[in-house]
Design a protein. Structure first.
Length: 275
């Protein structure tokens, strides 16, 4: 069974944090449905003592970081007077002293925590803080993207109540195609593209016509052009330069045998490529 993409993202972020900070140990996890942080990923640890640890808001260093929604650190975990000590046994088993906790915050809500630690007493400098925050932002961006995909998929599955609603369907189709290249999880990306195909096949066009083979990016560009977006706006949504958008559009028009943007959109709908 494929590994959850969140685990892959978290592990990659911990490795980046260790490389950028020089900290020998990193660990972290995401909040569960019950609101507890579950430490699921370990990097550089010598024992499994921290794995599976459930951290509640306000408890320990990570719990403090969750409650305050900001980075927190201690120079010596077990002797610190600024945190509670519910997790001293696990921290002590790993031999950790100085520990840094950085929250993963998405839309003002803490979704996880990344920890960095060393087996000696010391104070962390700005460089270490900044690198740890950047690693947390990597996870934040991944979660934001995944949330957007799930929202778009949910919207795309909604039944179309009236003809005028097809404009919303077409916009959802464009959003989904724009997100697809950024999805690392092949299973989720496949589901997303399958929904795109269903939307295109069930849209308000004239139905499939002659087969036309367009590159995925050509379809992406046409999908946004179909919503009335300019080349600049299309480029912003697809993370492409306006000149690149023009190139894809010209190529798509040539393959479709059309001469204008509108003709290209109509031909793509007739070919079943757009809703």
């Amino acid at each position: 069974m494929p590994e959850p993409v969140e685990a892959v993202d978290m592990r990659a972020a911990l490795l980046r944090m260790r490389r950028a900070t020089g900290l020998p140990v990193a660990f972290g996890g995401l909040l569960t449905g019950s609101g507890q942080l579950r430490i699921a990923e370990l990097s550089g640890t010598a024992t499994p003592a921290l794995r599976g640890l459930a951290v509640s808001a306000g408890n320990g260093l990570g719990g403090k970081s969750i409650a305050l929604s900001r980075p927190c650190a201690v120079t010596d975990y077990r002797s610190s007077l600024h945190i509670s000590h519910e997790y001293d046994t696990a921290v002590g088993a790993e031999g950790l002293h100085a520990v840094l906790a950085v929250p993963v915050v998405v839309r003002r809500k803490v979704r996880g925590v990344l920890y960095g630690a060393v087996r000696e007493r010391l104070s962390f400098g700005d460089r270490t803080y900044n690198a740890a925050v950047e690693a947390a932002r990597d996870v934040e961006q991944s979660l934001v993207l995944r949330d957007e995909v799930q929202q778009c998929l949910a919207a795309a599955r909604e039944p179309v109540a009236e003809p005028g609603a097809w404009e919303q369907v077409r916009e959802a189709h464009s959003e989904l195609r724009a997100l697809a290249p950024r999805i690392a999880d092949p299973e989720l990306r496949g589901e997303l593209l399958a929904v795109c195909a269903r939307l295109a096949g069930g849209g308000g066009g004239a139905g499939p016509g002659r087969p036309v083979a367009l590159a995925p990016r050509e379809v992406d560009v046409l999908a946004w052009v179909a919503t009335g977006a300019t080349n600049a706006a299309t480029g912003a949504r697809l993370r492409l330069k306006p000149e690149t958008v023009k190139g894809y559009l010209r190529s798509a028009m040539r393959k479709l045998g059309t001469h204008t943007r509108l003709e290209a959109v109509v031909a793509a709908r007739r070919a079943g490529l757009l809703p």
